[in-house]
Design a protein around this ligand. Structure first.
Ligand code: UDP
Length: 432
């Protein structure tokens, strides 16, 4: 039988602790949280290394049984935007080495998240002679292509990504389109790339009867609701949904409204979330301000009520490396309309669990909405198929099992403690 492993997750900007509401948290935070806890349930132990961004945060947080979050000192102990973190990575690497030596932890493998941590784990893998698995979560070339001048990634990101792809042992792709990006756009060795689709917590995200969900969050029960849940930023193109709703309002003889959940703060605030201001103005210009309801950010535990309050869930980003929110909507038993980009083409089964539409196309979205809003039977059928699909294909326990198998394929069968004593040794020390 495979032995239990000790894994170091490295995730410089996305900590599971941020899910408790300290700052905007997206899919990477969820991935790190769910995969680490699910690995622990299989008997492995995980330390999640992240950058300390709060002076009051302890160095070690006992996050859940078998999972610790380690806040490393690298740069100021305050929030620093992601795109300004790159110069802090050498200090982050050194802080890892210092901690691991002091703590005496013997890791079997390193698992990097995002391109900057990719550089860190590639460095650490070389210095400590440990196997390295990496998942990018997003690729610089794709971001550059879609965001152009709005892309604030530091210079050199793409060169760093190329080096990470060359140096690590295995790359996890979350969906076939990410594997294609790695191989076709970056020239990754296809044998290094392992497809492990991400997933959804099917206990947390579960169907709630529509009226019950709406009653709990204070919404009317006598109208149709189109729900968007996710970060409020231009690339998610919620503007596309507002434009489609305006088209729909002209020709659909049913009362409907649009529910928008997300943003930097609990109350929707156009100052702290400028995209909310843009959307409010757009809705007013299109004459549908009374149909668009802004909710603000909500904690993951509450989101099933927001998804379930919807008759249909929509997400039409310009591009999407994977996209957890379509899976969350599906897990809540709702049909999801998504743009046919990236991971969404893999998670939504077109015409079965929802509908795929071209991105940046309000008319196509309005057409898809019209079809679903006027056909309760189709919505019901797709919602049931959606839930069945996530139960079958997209659970975190499956992700953890496959990720553990990947580690086991890379680690020697002897426990690290049998090969070395004391704290982490640098590869050079071990050889000497
Ligand atoms: N999310 C949340 N509260 C909100 C809005 C979003 O917890 O108010 C979560 C959402 O449930 C999902 C994650 O943020 O798990 C977004 O992940 P996704 O992969 O869809 O997009 P990303 O933000 O990583 O681009």
């Amino acid at each position: 039988m495979d032995r239990p492993l000790r894994i170091a997750f490295v995730s410089e900007h996305a900590s599971p602790v941020a899910l408790l509401g300290s700052q905007d948290a997206g899919g990477q935070n969820v991935y790190v949280d769910e995969v680490s806890r699910s690995l622990a349930q299989l008997g492995h132990t995980v330390d999640v290394f992240t950058r300390r961004d709060d002076p009051d945060a302890p160095e070690i947080v006992e996050w859940s049984p078998g999972v610790r979050v380690i806040n490393l000192r690298a740069g100021p102990a305050e929030f620093v935007v992601k795109d300004a973190l790159w110069p802090l990575m050498p200090a982050f690497r050194d802080a890892f080495l210092e901690f691991a030596h002091r703590d005496g932890a013997q890791y079997d493998a390193l698992h990097g998240n995002f391109w900057m941590s990719g550089w860190v784990v590639a460095e650490l893998g070389r210095l400590l002679a440990l196997p390295v698995v990496h998942i990018f979560h997003a690729m610089g070339k794709t971001k550059q292509l879609h965001q152009g001048l709005a892309d604030t990634s530091p210079d050199g990101r793409i060169e760093v990504e190329v080096g990470v792809i060359r140096d690590v042992d295995r790359l996890i792709a979350q969906c076939p389109s990410e594997r294609d990006e790695l191989v076709a756009d970056y020239g990754a060795d296809p044998s290094k790339v392992v497809l492990i689709p991400s997933a959804v917590n099917i206990e947390r995200f579960r169907p709630v009867p529509r009226t019950e969900a709406r009653r709990r969050i204070g919404l009317r029960t006598d109208e149709l609701i189109i729900a968007y849940i996710g970060r409020m930023m231009p690339r998610k193109d919620v503007r596309n949904l507002v434009r489609a709703a305006a088209l729909l309002a002209q020709d659909v003889d049913v009362p409907f409204s649009v529910l928008l959940v997300g943003g930097e703060t609990h109350e929707p605030d156009p100052v702290s979330t400028p995209e909310i201001g843009v959307l409010q103005q757009l809705a007013a210009e299109l004459g549908i301000a009374d149909r668009v309801r802004f909710v603000g950010k909500r904690q993951p535990d509450l989101l099933r009520d927001y998804y379930s309050a919807g008759d249909v869930v929509v997400t039409t980003p310009w591009y999407e490396p994977f996209g957890l929110t379509p899976l969350e909507g599906m897990a809540c038993g709702r049909p999801v309309i998504g743009s046919a980009v990236g991971g969404i083409t893999f998670t939504i089964e077109d015409e079965v669990t929802g509908l795929l539409v071209p991105p940046r196309d309000p008319e196509a979205l309005a057409g898809a909405l019209r079809r679903l809003l006027t056909d309760p039977q189709l919505r019901e059928q797709m919602g049931l198929a959606a839930r069945a699909r996530v139960e079958r294909e997209f659970t975190w326990s499956t992700v953890a099992r496959r990720t553990a198998e990947l580690y086991q394929s890379l680690v020697p069968s002897a426990a690290p403690g049998e090969a070395q004593a004391g704290g982490m040794l640098l590869a050079s020390e071990r050889e000497g």
